[in-house]
Design a protein. Structure first.
Length: 136
């Protein structure tokens, strides 16, 4: 499944690090306000909430016994391009009252993960899709 299309479908699925270590269930997907594209994935770790860029992420199909054959779409999980140690050491974040990530915090997160923005400005991110939301 393409990560950028129907990104809300990833909410509730499992996120893995680059080495295949299970990180947790995806709580929300954050989209760039300017492009509308998904940029970040959020999940809870044992320590606190995590926000990790989708840059370089791939899909990972689970073994046949882990899903219902009638629902092949649910057979994929998300493998992020970063290791658990780098994810654990990422700066903490808080959302504003409008579910947007502060531009300064976003810039620190991009720097921490070594991801370069392609846009000339740093857009604000909005939460799009979270556990408990329904999508028709």
């Amino acid at each position: 499944m393409d990560i950028t299309e129907n990104s809300e479908r990833w909410v509730g699925r499992t996120a893995f690090d680059a080495d295949g270590f299970q990180l947790g269930k995806i709580d929300a997907i954050y989209h760039d306000d300017q492009t509308g594209l998904p940029e970040w994935v959020a999940f809870k770790s044992a320590k606190h909430d995590r926000l990790v860029p989708l840059a370089g992420a791939t899909t990972h199909r689970r073994p046949d016994e882990d899903y219902d054959a009638d629902d092949l779409d649910q057979a994929e999980d998300l493998r992020l391009a970063f290791g658990a140690q780098q994810i654990d050491s990422a700066p903490e974040f808080e959302l504003g009252d409008d579910d947007h990530l502060d531009a300064e915090v976003e810039a620190r997160l991009y720097q921490h993960f070594g991801v370069t923005r392609t846009a000339s400005t740093v857009p604000r991110l909005r939460r799009y899709g979270r556990i408990g939301d329904s999508y028709a």
